[in-house]
Design a protein around this ligand. Structure first.
Ligand SMILES: Cc1cc2nc3c(=O)[nH]c(=O)nc-3n(C[C@H](O)[C@H](O)[C@H](O)COP(=O)(O)O)c2cc1C
Length: 171
């Protein structure tokens, strides 16, 4: 199985978590890793190239830090440009049989993402537009890989969470 990891982080040089996740992915066999913000500084996505990457991999991981209960803006642009009618839906079925997994880091801890917690909504609810998009295009939506509470985590806690990433990428 070939895995593609698309990293969407606008400031990887300042990253505590996503840089480490990216390094762990790069050290994992049969995994292709792309830094999307470095590739598309002008937000002009090479749609054919992205579609070809998806076509030649089995599992596609969208990795990003949680920004305002969603993703950084380039991932939305990527979705709008790459998941095209005639290719992924509306006559096309390019995503059928593909596995999609989100890998998301959040500043706030997991227990704040409950109906009683400070953010009121669960991660499952907040990530549901992604889930629905991939279900609608006949892909398989895998359980997200979450690293939460980054703002209050120690380096050791982050390293322990990152150590679980390779198995999630290829498992
Ligand atoms: C613009 C912006 C919006 C953010 N929104 C959220 C949010 O909605 N929920 C949350 O838990 N953390 C939020 N954060 C914190 C980031 O998710 C957190 O810093 C990031 O996941 C850490 O990963 P990194 O070290 O790779 O940057 C936000 C950070 C920024 C800069």
């Amino acid at each position: 199985m070939k895995t593609l990891v698309l990293v969407f982080h606008p400031h990887l040089e300042k990253s505590q978590v996503n840089r480490k996740l990216m390094d762990a992915a790069n050290e994992t066999g049969d995994v292709t890793v792309m830094d999307e913000y470095a590739a598309y500084t002008d937000f002009k996505i090479n749609v054919e190239h992205e579609q070809e990457l998806i076509e030649t991999h089995d599992r596609i991981v969208l990795q990003f830090p949680f920004y305002w209960y969603s993703s950084p803006a380039l991932l939305k642009q990527w979705e709008d440009d790459v998941i095209k009618a005639g290719w992924a839906y509306g006559g096309g079925r390019a995503l059928e049989g593909k596995e999609f997994m989100l890998a998301v880091s959040t500043g706030s801890p997991a227990d704040s993402y409950t109906s009683e917690g400070s953010h009121v909504r669960t991660m499952e609810e907040l990530l549901s537009p992604f889930e629905t998009t991939f279900r609608h295009t006949h892909a398989t939506y895998l359980k997200p890989f979450l690293i939460q509470g980054v703002a209050t985590s120690t380096d050791e806690q982050i390293d322990a969470a990152v150590a679980k990433y390779p198995a999630a990428l290829i498992g």
